[in-house]
Design a protein around this ligand. Structure first.
Ligand SMILES: NC(=O)c1ccc[n+]([C@@H]2O[C@H](COP(=O)([O-])OP(=O)(O)OC[C@H]3O[C@@H](n4cnc5c(N)ncnc54)[C@H](O)[C@@H]3O)[C@@H](O)[C@H]2O)c1
Length: 340
């Protein structure tokens, strides 16, 4: 097999980026897309010249031509399409968070363990060029042993208020902080052990979204690396980039800091000042570049080369467990210890 035939389930904002990434990848053929919003699916199929379009993903899974799928349905709706795809013997790339309930994560893992398919959870920041480079420097010993990690990832208020019709079924923890949770686990090379979190709400609730405004989490990993994570989704619309992302690893021999907010480029006109998106997806010489295509390419290559993907459903479950511990800590105003 030197090319993979793929389909995408859920072609909202993120599913479209998966679809675009597959369509630009030489080693993938974007054969089909499926979305319960038929009008949207038809529009995307026409735009990306996708041969097959389905309203029900179950019909897409009956197609023997399709070998692998991306699942990019809303945060709380990953379970069924993932399990149905695995049972139809399709390899699966599932968007983060893998699940918003631990039972869903466990059901997906059970289905995967009974199968022969690859199942990757799309923690795409592991393919974000600045983080990739930082990880290599740490593995190289440039800053010694990590002692403390700081991670701040914030989004604009339009994300819960306008962009996501389902924001009240997610939270800044599931939609945003799972990225930094995965980075803390990846850079700290250990699982989350203890969580002490605080959150505030009211601003978004007054504006129609019954969700937390902001979450601050102090996390201890099993190897005693301490992490401080902050996530809010109340940045004003005038913020010059789609998100605010600051990350630092403080080690025994030095410090390493990543800031992807500024994207290394800015554009100022009479009316605005922006940092244009560079790292998520762009096309360079007709090849996809950026962290989403990087993750998608890794998934395709893992299937074609029959290798385990870098991010497994066990990483997905670990992030979901830690996210639930953060929410429990906020809800009960107590420190939460994760079971071994
Ligand atoms: N928007 C982002 O910047 C972003 C970034 C990274 C990851 N993600 C993740 O990607 C996933 C999707 O997020 P989004 O922002 O694209 O949401 P979205 O609401 O824009 O898109 C979700 C799509 O799934 C479709 N859908 C729902 N149920 C379906 C079903 N049973 N079968 C087929 N289609 C179905 C909806 O009609 C919609 O088009 C989420 O898990 C999110 O956390 C989003």
């Amino acid at each position: 097999m030197d090319e993979l035939n793929v389909g995408v389930i859920g072609v909202g904002l993120q599913g479209q980026i998966h679809a675009k990434s597959y369509s630009l990848l030489k080693e993938a053929n974007l054969e089909a897309i499926a979305d319960i919003n038929e009008k949207k699916a038809r529009k995307i199929a026409e735009k990306l010249d996708v041969p097959k379009m389905y309203k029900n993903y179950e019909n897409m899974l009956e197609d023997p031509e399709i070998e692998a799928v991306s699942v990019a349905t809303p945060d709380f709706l990953h379970r069924d399409p993932v399990i149905d795809s695995i049972e139809a013997e399709k390899h699966v790339l599932c968007e983060k968070p893998m699940a918003t309930k631990i039972e869903d994560a466990e059901d997906m893992i059970k289905a995967w363990e009974k199968s022969d398919v690859k199942f990757m959870v799309c923690f795409e920041n592991r393919w974000n060029p600045p983080f990739r480079d930082a990880k290599r420097k740490i593995e190289n010993g440039d800053i010694g042993r990590p002692i403390y990690i700081y991670a701040r990832l914030n989004a604009k208020r339009s994300v819960p208020l306008e962009m996501l019709s389902w924001s009240d079924k997610s939270s800044p923890v599931f939609f945003i902080a799972v990225h930094t949770l995965d980075l803390c686990r990846w850079f700290g090379e250990s699982n989350v052990s203890v969580v002490d979190a605080h959150g505030c709400s009211g601003f978004l609730k007054e504006r129609g979204a019954d969700v937390l405004d902001s979450v601050q989490s102090l996390i201890t990993l099993e190897n005693d690396v301490e992490c401080l994570m902050e996530s809010n989704w109340i940045l004003p619309e005038s913020f010059p980039h789609g998100y605010d992302f600051e990350f630092g690893v403080y080690g025994s021999e030095g410090t390493l800091e990543v800031n992807t907010t500024h994207q290394t480029c800015s554009v100022t006109t009479d009316d605005s000042f922006i940092y244009p998106e560079i790292f998520r997806i762009m096309s360079v010489d007709d090849s996809p570049y950026g962290f989403v295509p990087g993750a998608v390419r890794h998934f395709v290559q893992s299937v074609l080369e029959d290798k385990a993907p870098m991010t497994s459903p066990l990483d997905g479950k670990a992030a979901t467990e830690a996210a639930l511990a953060i929410l429990e800590s906020i809800d009960k105003n107590k420190t939460v210890k994760l079971s071994e």
